[in-house]
Ligand binder design. Structure first.
Ligand SMILES: C[S@@+](CC[C@H](N)C(=O)[O-])C[C@H]1O[C@@H](n2cnc3c(N)ncnc32)[C@H](O)[C@@H]1O
Length: 246
């Protein structure tokens, strides 16, 4: 029994990034033996993520540095999501990109890295904390400081149309941002939009989700019912929705 408790403690420490809600659920709703088995399974999932990282193209040193130097490290989209974004940009031949939510520039620089030389990426945030001068392709990036709602209005007024959009800002406004982007044609027909964290640690399907997972669930349902787009919600990391605009 001691051995299993030790395993459970080890698994809990591995899962320290999981939400308090989920760990509380595990400890309250099931007996100790069941909890231990569940934690074994979750630990396997954790190893699975490590395996995915090992088998996916490595992130370059500059991005490792950005991720390490970001105070809110869990907010950085990370190697797996960045690699998928890069592949989608390459495959689709996107030349203009809009990113909502810059943070320290990890995903913006990853996307700009694979844009053609004449490509353009606009990224926006209410806080300026990214350094785009650290690599040459930072020159393809334009940073817009301010609330995203205001920036979207500016971009509409300036008649921008993007080939690719990465949605990674405040989750409570995902539905509003989606409506604005699609209704005002900020994403062109044939363009791709990716939205990060659309599973929100699995909390979107809990019986009593809190405010953020509820808002994400609303976004997921809005997208699922909109026949202007087709999409897939991938269980990659914290959930990534890839959407194609007809
Ligand atoms: C998850 S982080 C972005 C992470 C980044 N895409 C990456 O992968 O490194 C979300 C960012 O959105 C910004 N943000 C949240 N709500 C915002 C709003 N209403 N207007 C502007 N920026 C906002 C936050 O300041 C934060 O930097």
């Amino acid at each position: 029994m001691e051995n299993r408790s030790g395993k459970a403690a080890n698994a809990i420490s591995l899962l320290s990034s999981w939400s308090a809600n989920q760990l509380q659920f595990l400890s309250e709703k099931v007996d100790q033996e069941t909890r231990s088995v569940l934690l074994d399974i979750l630990r396997d999932c954790h190893s699975g993520e490590q395996y995915l990282q090992q088998m996916t193209t490595k992130q370059p040193f500059y991005r490792q540095q950005i991720a390490q130097q970001t105070v809110a490290q869990s907010m950085v989209s990370g190697q797996l999501v960045a690699q998928l974004l890069q592949l989608l940009i390459r495959i689709s031949g996107a030349r203009t990109i809009l990113e909502l939510g810059t943070l320290t520039g990890y995903s913006a620089l990853a996307m700009a890295e694979v844009l053609p030389d004449d490509g353009r990426l606009i990224t926006c945030d209410r806080i300026a904390q990214a350094n785009f001068n650290m690599v040459p392709w930072g020159a393809k990036i334009e940073f817009r400081l301010g609330l995203i709602g205001d920036t979207l209005e500016q971009l509409i007024a300036e008649k921008w149309q993007f080939d690719f959009v990465f949605l990674d800002a405040d989750k409570r406004n995902y539905s509003n941002y989606f409506r604005t982007i699609i209704d005002h044609n900020l994403l062109r027909s044939g363009g791709i939009l990716c939205a990060d964290n659309t599973l929100f640690r699995g909390e979107v399907w809990q019986l009593k989700p809190s405010a953020i997972p509820l808002a994400i669930d609303e976004f997921n349902r809005l997208v699922a019912q909109d026949d202007r787009v087709e999409q897939i919600l991938l269980p990659l990391r914290d959930g990534l929705t890839i959407l194609y605009r007809h």
